[in-house]
Design a protein around this ligand. Structure first.
Ligand SMILES: Cc1cc2nc3c(=O)[nH]c(=O)nc-3n(C[C@H](O)[C@H](O)[C@H](O)COP(=O)(O)O)c2cc1C
Length: 201
């Protein structure tokens, strides 16, 4: 038999020693699993997609990690015309606008991990995602960013999320070129694997 003590054994002994004499020492200590990803709480995938690319990526991620999938909509109708839309989105960013959301989010207490998906708009998230992050409490949760883009990848979005949610763990994001999102499945697998995020299928 191997008599070498593991670090976990030593920690448990240390804790028990510390508790000796207290009422708590009478209760058997539960042995906690080493990895507590999600800590028994659910995963939520929030995303927005104007022309469908980010929706495809969100669906791909959902098929792997499970949990709840929710498409978030802004309260205002953005212009259909691409050029008009890009001008409006640029103006919102220059003005640091905080456009309202139409979608009411579920109670976030039920979730520990939130995947956040968006198209790259002028180097970061659409401005109503700034509203989303500022008006909900993501403290203590894990945000996993993902986006589709036309060449700028995640841009500054990861830094923006970290700045807006300083009490949140922000994991390494994933980006796919919008036009090639259908071919991203192997990369999605590698990304989730690299983050040690368990997949359900
Ligand atoms: C308003 C607007 C701004 C954009 N700005 C950028 C950008 O700065 N960098 C980039 O790589 N792609 C940019 N794009 C392209 C989108 O990120 C890309 O087409 C994305 O895949 C669209 O996702 P969706 O189909 O989910 O809406 C922009 C698109 C729009 C509509």
């Amino acid at each position: 038999m191997n008599n070498r003590k593991t670090a976990a054994d030593q920690t448990r002994r240390h804790v028990l020693k510390g508790l000796a004499g207290s009422a708590l020492a009478l209760t058997a200590l539960p042995i906690l699993p080493v990895t507590t990803y999600g800590a028994g709480k659910k995963t939520l995938i929030l995303f927005f997609s104007r022309s469908g690319n980010t929706r495809k990526l969100a669906t791909m991620i959902h098929a792997r990690v499970g949990g709840d999938l929710l498409e978030v909509q802004p309260a205002k109708d953005y212009p259909q015309d691409y050029d008009t839309l890009t001008k409006e989105a640029k103006k919102e960013q220059q003005e640091q606008a905080r456009p309202a959301l139409a979608t009411k989010l579920p109670n976030l207490d039920a979730y520990s991990t939130i995947f956040l998906g968006y198209p790259n708009w002028w180097g970061t998230m659409p401005m109503f995602f700034f509203t989303l992050l500022e008006t909900h409490d993501f403290s203590g949760k894990t945000i996993v960013p993902f986006c589709t883009h036309g060449g700028s990848r995640l841009g500054r979005s990861e830094e923006d999320i970290k700045r807006l949610c300083p009490k949140t763990t922000v994991l390494k994001g994933f980006s796919a070129f919008g036009k090639h999102v259908d071919e991203a499945s192997t990369e999605v697998d590698a990304w989730l694997h690299g983050l040690h995020i368990p997949t359900v299928r």
